[in-house]
Write a protein that binds this ligand. Structure first.
Ligand code: GLN
Length: 481
């Protein structure tokens, strides 16, 4: 396994070139992605040009690049002015953004090389990467199973060793859940820690961009590059970015880990429970103390999330009208017919379902009963967590109730699909950071993830705990065949 830190060090020191690195990543993609469907677009020319630019740099300039020559995959809802950005939707099929996202620019400045755009559930709505107008992405541990979603393509790119790192977006679990199901590290930062300028909006009060990596160290390195203020995203906070790499090696002795009964109840399968419990045992061996806590409002999370996220989505997706962007229906009479036909043809079934749910929750007469109520519950949920964090440093739980499910198993039952998010959505509703770190395999050999949540801006603590766990275990060293 070659990590981003290793690659960057070799390129900086001159023992490897960026061009060699990119060529070998391109050939890994050509070989492995035929069966996996992680990429919707490979930017070969752009990547080789960037590699050439880095190789041509003066040694001193190269030495300043934290991600020198490191290939990275971006979820295809992150804008790139050198490659299409489709959100895996027919409605954006021909969309070439005129600008790059803040994170894209940050990566390029840091020497990283965007090698391709990855598949997702259309507009990031889903938990399996099956709701894509492009293709289905498969789990490298078992190709008959889903990789989770919505950032399934980015997770698979890292899990299958096509790129050492990738970026995804997380509105209700879309980084952590696929990370868990494919055996890689995935981190959702605090709301406002990373600029969302150039991220195609789904649920604006919930969306965050975050890293995928095989090691916690690489996740820390990548977060350090993309985090920080940006005047073009008014929700982005200017608080100093912590030294994520610097605190990885701190001891976790004495750290208090909260365990909430509500995250270990009905629906959690035995294989997952067993691995998560043994990871808690490991953390105790390392000197951490586990403390029982109550999060009684957890049970309202799903209902609350699926009202707020759909309400925001219905408003955000109103801009796709066949005029401003993307697909426009042909042979239509007047303009109203054109709007309507473009949307009917352009959006897939899950996106339409969300727009209808959200429009309903916001409509007059129902607004108070649904949207406003959900917002009130959201405040209570956040307070629940704030109270818990007065007693503990972090909260540990499973990431998902089950390991990777079979392709097609839940696609005809939206409610079953929504339930896969039961442990992840709270962090989005509360705006707090959470990480998924590989913590073993179930009896079928499928990866299990441990979720660690912390108070706002505690990314350094989460990375520290996850890193200490990871360097004392071997789960992350196993690769799918
Ligand atoms: N699975 C959740 C949903 O479908 C979360 C998606 C996400 O985080 N983008 O809404």
């Amino acid at each position: 396994m070659t990590t981003a830190s290793d690659i960057s060090e070799s390129v900086r020191e001159g023992s490897a070139t960026a061009t060699e690195t990119i060529k070998s990543a391109l050939s890994a993609i050509a070989k492995r992605d035929k069966d996996l469907g992680a990429f919707v677009f490979v930017c070969e020319d752009h990547a080789l040009k960037q590699a050439d630019r880095i190789d041509g740099m003066a040694a001193d300039d190269k030495r300043r690049l934290p991600l020198a020559g490191v290939p990275i995959a971006l979820k295809d809802n992150i804008c790139t002015d050198f490659a299409p950005t489709t959100c895996a939707s027919k409605i954006l099929d021909n969309f070439n953004p005129p600008y790059s996202a803040h994170v894209t620019k940050k990566l390029i400045e840091a020497g990283a090389i965007v090698i391709g755009k990855t598949n997702l559930d259309e507009f990031a709505m889903g938990s399996s990467t099956e709701n894509s107008a492009k293709c289905i992405t498969r789990n490298p541990w078992d190709r008959g199973r889903v990789p989770g979603g919505s950032s399934g393509g980015s997770a698979v790119s890292v899990a299958a060793g096509m790129t050492p790192i990738a970026l995804g977006s997380d509105t209700g679990g879309s980084i952590r859940q696929p990370a868990s199901l494919t055996g890689v590290v995935g981190l959702k930062p605090t709301y406002g820690r990373v600029s969302r300028y150039g991220l195609v909006a789904f649920g604006s009060s919930l969306d965050q961009i975050g890293p995928f990596a095989r090691t916690v160290e690489d996740a820390a390195l990548l977060l350090g590059v993309i985090a920080g203020s940006d005047s073009r995203d008014s929700t982005c906070i200017s608080t100093d970015v912590a030294d994520y790499l610097g605190s990885l090696s701190d001891s976790i002795a004495g750290k208090k880990i909260g365990i909430a009964r509500e995250y270990f109840g009905e629906g959690l399968v035995d294989g997952t429970r067993k691995q998560v419990e043994s990871s808690l045992e490991k953390l105790r061996e390392l000197g951490a103390e586990t403390v029982e806590i109550d999060l009684p409002l957890t049970k309202y999370g799903i209902a609350c999330y699926y009202l707020i996220a759909t309400a925001e989505a219905s408003s955000n997706l109103a801009r796709y009208d066949g005029v401003h962007y993307g697909h426009r229906s042909k042979n239509v009479g007047d303009i109203v017919e054109m709007y309507s036909a473009s949307r009917v043809e352009g959006f897939g079934p899950e996106v339409k379902r969300r727009i209808m749910l959200g429009t309903y929750a916001l409509s007059s007469g129902y607004y108070d009963a649904y949207y406003l109520r959900a917002m009130k519950v959201r405040t209570l949920l956040r307070r629940d967590l704030e109270k818990a964090f007065e007693k503990v440093d972090v909260i540990c739980s499973p990431v998902t109730p089950d390991t990777a499910f079979k392709i097609g198993e839940k696609s005809s039952d939206p409610l079953a699909m929504y339930l896969a998010d039961v442990y992840t959505i709270t962090a989005n509703l509360a705006g707090i950071p959470a990480i998924s770190v590989p913590c073993g395999f179930d009896d079928a050999g499928l990866p299990v993830g441990l979720q660690i949540m912390g108070p706002a801006f505690s990314e350094a603590t989460l990375l520290n705990v996850a890193h200490q766990y990871q360097i004392n275990t071997n789960h992350h060293k196993k690769m799918p065949v």
